[in-house]
Write a protein that binds this ligand. Structure first.
Ligand SMILES: [Fe+2]
Ligand SMILES: [Fe+2]
Length: 455
C-alpha cells in the first residue's frame, strides 16, 4: 500500500492507540469465560497484524530513510510526528520519537544547519533520557553515557552563543542543564540526594517514578503483608502477571517431577544433604519453586511503565533497559526480606546454565543453594513465553514439540541437562502440555475476568 508520509504517521498513531486499548481489556462479570478467552485471542491476533503494518511504516518513513535526501516538507512532517509522540512523562511512544530525532539530527548534520543541530541534539538526548529507567544497582542512568554524548556536543556550540537566534539559545541552555542528566550516581544514597535536590516540578518524577516508588516501599516484618505488596506490584501489569503465574506453575511442576524421578540431582538445594532429605522436604521445595517463578519478573513491572506495548519491536536501547529487570527485581525482593531464595532466583533467571551467556553477565555464578530451582525456572520461563497461544502478540505460539527440540539443542549450555532430561518421558510431556493449556485458560480468566474467583 502506497501512502504519503503524513498518512503513514496518522495511521501509525491510530494503530498504536488501537493496540493499546485492545491489549488491555477488562471484562464484565457476567461475560462467559469462553467468550472472554476468544476475545483476548482475537485481540492478540489483531495486535500482531497491526504491529506488522506499523513496523513496515516505520521502516519506510523513519528507520531506513536517507537523512541527506529529506526535503523541508519531510522535516516538518517528521518533527510534527515526533512532537505528537513525545510528551515527557505522558509520551505516546518515546522510542519512535527518539528514532525520528536521530534521523533529524543526521539530516541537520548533512545540511550543516547549526540551529537545527542544536535543537535535534536536545531532542535526541531528552527522548533517550525519558526512555531510560533507573537501575537500582548502578545509579540513575542506564543509558547515561549515550545521553551525555548528545548534550555535551550541544554545549560545544556555546562559543557561538551570540550569533544564535533566541530559540536556539534556549535549546542550548537546556542542553547545558541536562548534561547533569547523563551523569550516573555511584551509590544509592547519591541517587537519592540527587533526586531530592531536583525541583519538584522537574525530572525525578518522570525519570524514576516507577522503580523509585518501589524502592521506597519499606519492608514489613509481617511476611504476609510483604507478599501482598509484591502481589500488588505484579498485578499492576497484566501480561507480566499472567506470565508470572504460568511460570510459577511450570517451575513447580518441573521441580516436583525432578524430585520424584531423580532426587539425587537436587542435593544442595536449600541445604538438602541427601536424596532422602530432598524427598522429605518436597513440599517446601515445591512451594519455594512456585514463589520463585511467581516473582522472577518482578523487575519488569518497574521497567515496563516506560517501555510498554508500543505496537512495534523493541529498539536496541529499549532492550538494553529491559535487561536491567533481573537486577531491579532482585533489589526489590532483597528489600522485602526475600534475599535467600526469591532474590537470587530473579537475579539469575536469564543467566545460562553453564554461566557462559545470558544476562546479567557480571555476577558470580549462581549459588548451589538455589541453582536447582533457577534451572527449572529458566526452562519454565522459555516454555511459557513460547507456547502462550492466547494472549501474546509478539510471536505466534510454537507447538510444544517444536519447543522441546529447542530445549534439547541448548541442553548443557543454556538449559540444565537434568531439567531437559525430564522431557524424555512421553507421558510426562503429554501431561505437562495438557495441564499447561488448561492452566493458561484459568490464569487468563483470573487476571482479566472480573467475575472469576481467585485461586
Ligand atoms: Fe525475565
Ligand atoms: Fe519471564
Amino acid at each position: 500500500m502506497e501512502c504519503t508520509q503524513a498518512e503513514a504517521f496518522e495511521q501509525y498513531i491510530r494503530d498504536l492507540r488501537v493496540v493499546r486499548s485492545i491489549s488491555r481489556p477488562s471484562f464484565p462479570e457476567g461475560k462467559a469465560p469462553v467468550a472472554v478467552l476468544e476475545e483476548i485471542q482475537t485481540n492478540a491476533l489483531r495486535c500482531n497484524a497491526l504491529m506488522r503494518q506499523n513496523e513496515a511504516l516505520l521502516a519506510q518513513f523513519v528507520y531506513d530513510r536517507d537523512p541527506a535526501s529529506l526535503t523541508e516538507e519531510d522535516i516538518q512532517g517528521l518533527s510534527a510526528f515526533a512532537g505528537r509522540l513525545f510528551n515527557y512523562a505522558n509520551s505516546e511512544d518515546m522510542g519512535v520519537a527518539f528514532k525520528v530525532h536521530q534521523l533529524l539530527l543526521a539530516a541537520a548534520r548533512s545540511r550543516e544547519d547549526v540551529p537545527m543541530i542544536v535543537r535535534e541534539l536536545y531532542y535526541t538526548g531528552i527522548t533517550l533520557h525519558y526512555m531510560n529507567v533507573r537501575d537500582e544497582a548502578t545509579g540513575i542512568n542506564l543509558l547515561g553515557d549515550a545521553i551525555e554524548v548528545y548534550f555535551t556536543e550541544a554545549v560545544e556550540y556555546m562559543s557561538r552563543y551570540e550569533q544564535l537566534d533566541k530559540n536556539t539559545r534556549q535549546y542550548l541552555i537546556r542542553c547545558v542543564g541536562n548534561t547533569r542528566l547523563g551523569m550516573s550516581r555511584g551509590t544509592h544514597e547519591e541517587s537519592r540526594q540527587y533526586l531530592e535536590q531536583m525541583p519538584a516540578s522537574q525530572y525525578p518524577r518522570v525519570v524514576s517514578s516507577a522503580a523509585w516508588e518501589l524502592s521506597k516501599i519499606s519492608s514489613s516484618s509481617d511476611e504476609t503483608a510483604n507478599r501482598r505488596m509484591l502481589g500488588s506490584i505484579l498485578a499492576g501489569h497484566k501480561p507480566t502477571y499472567v506470565h508470572s503465574l504460568m511460570v510459577a506453575e511450570l517451575t513447580r511442576a518441573l521441580l516436583q517431577r525432578q524430585i520424584e524421578t531423580r532426587p539425587e540431582t537436587l542435593v544442595g538445594l536449600l541445604g538438602c544433604r541427601s536424596a532422602a532429605e530432598v524427598q522429605t522436604r518436597r513440599e517446601e521445595l515445591c512451594q519455594t519453586a512456585y514463589e520463585c517463578g511467581l516473582y522472577h519478573d518482578l523487575g519488569k513491572c518497574a521497567v515496563l511503565m516506560y517501555i510498554d506495548n508500543n505496537a512495534r519491536r523493541l529498539l536496541d536501547e529499549e532492550f538494553f533497559c529491559i535487561q536491567s529487570h533481573p537486577r531491579t527485581g532482585a533489589a526489590i525482593l532483597n528489600r522485602m526480606g526475600c534475599g535467600r531464595t526469591l532474590a537470587p532466583a530473579a537475579l539469575y533467571h536469564h543467566c545460562y546454565y553453564n554461566g557462559k551467556g545470558g544476562y546479567p553477565n557480571d555476577v558470580p555464578s549462581c549459588p548451589p543453594e538455589i541453582k536447582g530451582i533457577v534451572d527449572a525456572l529458566s526452562v519454565a520461563d522459555s516454555l511459557d513465553a513460547a507456547t502462550d497461544n492466547i494472549g501474546r502478540c509478539y510471536n505466534l505460539a510454537k507447538p510444544f514439540r517444536t519447543l522441546l527440540e529447542e530445549l534439547r539443542a541448548q541442553s548443557g549450555t543454556r538449559y540444565a541437562p537434568n531439567v531437559v532430561a525430564l522431557f524424555e518421558d512421553e507421558r510426562f510431556c503429554q501431561q505437562l502440555a495438557e495441564n499447561t493449556d488448561a492452566e493458561r485458560k484459568r490464569v487468563y480468566l483470573q487476571v482479566y475476568h472480573a467475575g472469576s474467583e481467585e485461586k
